[in-house]
Design a binder for this molecule. Sequence first.
Ligand code: 5GP
Length: 141
Amino acid sequence: MPSIFDKILSGEIDCHRVYEDDHTLAFLDIAPLAPGHTLVIPKEAREHLHQLSDEAAAALGRALPRVARAVLAATGAEHYNVLQNNGESAHQAVPHVHFHVIPRLGDQGLGIQWNSGKLEDAEGILKRMHTALTTDESPSR
Ligand code: 5GP
């Protein structure tokens, strides 16, 4: 089923367009945490970040700093957060990859609860991650 962002991409639903290139679209969030809160999405329809092709991921990497500069210039903010949620339990509501660019303007912006722990079994997790990375194949389009 097409997500609301697929409908924005197809033009079925309107958005306040901030930036567009061949692979990405950025538009104002409909329920901003601060004025200028912008969403940057790939045109490739994937639910989670790790499912993106290298091409889509690279395009997002190019677009994000550009959009961030526009958000800062337009709002006068000096600081901002880039947030990207994957999965319902990680607060993802729309099942199409999206990055939030959220300026910090006084009390307005992203509220964060950061429950930090202690680094344990680093060697074990590193071994599993390195194995995963050696066999990693980037998803193709
Ligand atoms: P998530 O929690 O999935 O990371 O964030 C989804 C974001 O999409 C929310 O900040 C929400 O306000 C925004 N959003 C949901 N529907 C629409 C829409 O139709 N238009 C726009 N511009 N933003 C939307």
